[in-house]
Design a protein around this ligand. Sequence first.
Ligand code: SF4
Length: 476
Amino acid sequence: MVQINVSQVKEVVSNLVIKANYYASSDIKECIANSAKTDKHAMARMVSQIIVENYNVAAINQQPICQDTGMAVFFVNIGQEVHIAGGGLTDAINEGVSEGYTRGYMRASVVKDPVDRKNTGDNTPAVIHYNIVPGDKLEIIAAPKGFGSENMSMLRMLTPSLGLQGIEDFIVEVVRTAGSNSCPPVVVGVGVGGTMEKAAIMAKQSLLRPIGSTHEDAAWKEVEKRVLERINALGIGPGGRGGDLTAMGVHITAYPTHIGGMPVCVDLGCHVTRYSKATLDGETVNYESRAISPNPDEVAPPVAGKKLTLPLNEADIADLKAGDIVLLNGPVYTMRDAGHKRLIEMIERGEELPFDFEGQIVYYAGPCPAKPGQVIGSVGPTTAGRMDKFSPALIENGLKLMLGKGERSEEVRQSIIKHKGVFFVAIGGVAAYMARCVKAVDLVAFEDLGTEAIRCLTVEDLPAIVAIDKDGNKAE
Ligand code: SF4
């Protein structure tokens, strides 16, 4: 019997969550670097170059690739000959998560209760999947999961008569529906069969496979290839701005199921699909590395865009057309779901708002904590669609400019037309790259909301695209 102490587990987990969040996987980077060179669309090449530069910046500066450092998900394979000593394994993993997320200046993104939504402050608890396996080793795989892509994942209980065609159509439908919200290019993890929860776990586990790997079964290998071709023909492209690369891989895991059903779960992994692994044998710790070797010379060309100085006046806004690339300069105000909710409550109570909306832009973002010497931690855009419920009321009250990622509802588009506003998008997930554009940070309101507080960032040449202009035209 091999004995492994929980103190070692805690230390390993702490290291794993930092490695997974700072270092992109080399297989993913290689795939996107290829798109940066070969995509037929100039915009796709530009976005892919920025994604690759972001991987390098994060690894060199030792900071998170994306501001959403995810919910900490683990697959733990426990050898039957292993004895865990000194305490509980689950407690040790959670202590390691707490230590790693704090030491690594990573964002606390977990709320204790799904309804009350009070942040736990240290990204605990983790989601842990245990497997008992033969042998005398303990394998821990960390796969922290961001929720831009997790929110777009889906499970459907198909009827068996829909057959393979039904499975393939559903996978493509999930990716099409997700559009730019899931920060493509994506990895598509699919679980087919089992029960409802088995399909979901298989889908998550499928995301662990490296890009370029194929299914060992010839028939499923063909399905993966065929579905990948269909997805890439959608033309969603890197960052959702169009292009040849929408998905890097389709990874399917199948399992026996009931005569009466055919569960299918599709779990989307964004271009920051994270992975780190360690194997413990009671004496040594072996870290498996897929991590990139950062290259400081691999930089994207400067973004050529129209320079805008904030706040904007009516003439500036009238001049902007859907599809324009812009470089934002001046103050931008970060706000997420919780900040929106509070502002709406203040409006309902007739209270004065914490800042004047006139000509200002709200940036849907929640940064990572700044390390000593940094102005701000990683800070990229979050999914704008989550603010759709709140935006029309804020637009009614004078807000004209918004910056985020993903799509807006028709109601928000109509509000934009009515009040002559603009919705900009930035590339999701390039948060270390974007943090360099931030020159100063001031807290404006709601400090108790942590990362969701309203902050005023002074930015220099922050790249963005006009996604909806004042007439409601949408960028391609
Ligand atoms: S890349 Fe996009 S989906 Fe992935 S963690 Fe970051 S914001 Fe979320």
